[in-house]
Design a protein around this ligand. Structure first.
Ligand code: PMP
Length: 466
């Protein structure tokens, strides 16, 4: 019972859109007035990438609860697509931000807590040396520059289906037949010739990785340890040990982007699995959701970075931005590392995530669907396919986007927020058993609705976006 009839989905979609419109008059009105001064009616156009008839406007977000403009309390399993992975506005973070806000925001000089924060970063993530940026996109861009500068090699190696932020060099796809690097055709204003400087290989394929590294021109492999941006695709057993050995053999650095996989374990996936990257990048939740990203590196890499900088002429390095490492961010980062990145928080997140995954799997099996729940620590995805995908092509071949969109809207209408991208759910330290019960009850309703014979409805209007 995997292929749900298209008209069942369409009818349910229509009903759910009507339900959203009727129950969110304030969001509907705000969405309409925001059109006057914002492109697509939102401050960042991605905010319109939710499958609801209009944007949901937020009145308040606290812990794992998001209250929308219409006063509906949503159990938030999206958590700002990981930015709020430790919950919205945790008390120690809110306090640290308020205190620092009265003492100076930015000076382009380090605040007195900088050394202590460096110590906390090293202890939490296991790498000795650090630099800061304002977003994970920036951090990845900067690491890429360093990697090219210190190796003297031009090529970047990434996995098919990767996402590392708004980093031109990484916005590529792989030709499924030839394996050639293609520009990602959704990217706007693209002029770079990616094929000259980026090589792309399928995930979980050691042969392809070796062939790409063997050419001797790869500065670094930039990778998430599990793909999280093209459906959740975990590595096969032993993959990373061998992949890392190949990088070492062929002189390429391994940059581990832990921006999402920080959900795996305290300190991230690499730390949890004993992998030793040359660089690591963490953004989004690292300072509890205040704009901040950090990148860490080994002592050996640090020495090469110093040499490269000293050998370059005076002037712009192309690395860094004015506000990076500002006093407000440092204060937030310190509070987060001390109070949020803790063993207790991870124990709660991982335990409750396993309860949620089990509940979903039991219901899927009882309903006779061949769907999959893939979990990575506190993060999981409901995948409408019969097995955990092995690579991006697997996802392309099997994903059911209409069912994903319906699931998202159906749950939202019952006060449960999933991430709008591939039905991702994240469990925070503030998430409760009641939140999980609420999600599972809404999922039960969805399964029943998908099963019930439907009375034919009026046709779905072509577009009803606000
Ligand atoms: N790296 C990864 C793995 C990401 O998933 C993302 C964003 N989804 C980024 C980097 C970029 O983060 P930001 O948009 O905060 O720059």
């Amino acid at each position: 019972m995997t292929d749900l009839a298209a008209d069942t989905l369409r009818t349910l979609q229509y009903t759910e859109r009507e339900r959203f419109i009727a129950s969110h008059p304030q969001s509907m009105a705000l969405a309409s007035s925001a059109q006057r001064h914002y492109l697509f009616g939102v401050p960042l156009h991605w905010m319109r990438d939710w499958p609801s008839p209009a944007t949901l406007f937020v009145a308040q977000a606290q812990g794992a609860t998001l209250t929308c403009a219409d006063g509906v309390q949503h159990a938030d399993f999206c958590l700002g697509d990981t930015g709020a992975m430790f919950g919205h506005s945790p008390a120690p973070l809110a306090q640290a931000i308020a205190e620092q806000a009265a003492r100076g925001l930015t000076c382009m000089l380090p605040a007195t807590n900088a050394a202590a924060v460096g110590e906390l970063l090293a202890n939490t993530f296991g790498l000795p040396m650090w630099q800061m940026a304002l977003s994970a996109s920036d951090a990845n861009r900067f690491v890429l520059r360093w990697a090219r500068a210190i190796t003297g090699r031009p090529r970047l190696l990434v996995f098919d289906g990767c996402y590392h932020g708004a980093v031109d060099d990484t916005l590529v796809d792989m030709d499924p037949v030839t394996g050639a690097t293609l520009p990602r055709n959704s990217v706007l204003g693209q002029v770079h010739n990616h094929a000259s400087f980026t090589r792309v290989v399928p995930f979980n394929d050691l042969g392809a990785l070796e062939a790409a590294l063997k050419q001797g021109d790869v500065a670094c492999l930039l990778a998430e340890p599990a793909l999280t941006n093209f459906g959740l695709v975990p590595p096969e057993a032993g993959y990373w040990e061998q992949a890392l050995a190949l990088c070492r053999t062929h002189g390429a650095l391994f940059v581990c982007d832990e921006t999402h996989t920080i959900s795996t374990a305290l300190g991230g996936y690499a730390r949890g699995h004993g992998l030793e990257p040359d660089f690591m990048v963490v953004g989004k939740a690292v300072a509890g959701g205040l704009p901040c990203a950090v990148y860490g590196f080994t002592q050996a890499v640090a020495e090469r970075m110093v040499q490269a900088k000293n050998a370059a002429p005076e002037g712009h390095s192309g690395i860094g931005t004015t506000l990076a490492g500002n006093a407000l961010t440092l204060a937030a980062l310190q509070a987060s590392l001390e109070h949020l990145h803790t063993a207790e928080n991870y124990a709660h997140m991982l335990d409750l995530a396993s309860v949620l995954a089990r509940g979903l799997r039991e219901r899927i099996a009882a309903a006779g669907h061949t769907w999959t729940v893939t979990r990575l620590g506190a993060r999981m995805e409901l995948q409408f396919m019969p097995h955990t995908p092995r690579n991006a092509q697997d996802v392309r071949d099997q994903a059911q986007s209409e069912l994903e969109a319906l699931t998202h809207l159906f749950m939202l209408n019952r006060g449960v927020l999933l991430t709008p991208f591939h039905s991702m759910m994240l469990v925070s330290p503030a998430t409760t058993h009641d939140d999980v019960t609420k999600l599972l009850a809404a999922f039960d309703e969805l399964l029943a609705a998908l099963k019930a014979p439907r009375v034919p409805q009026a046709p779905v209007p072509a577009s009803r976006s606000a």
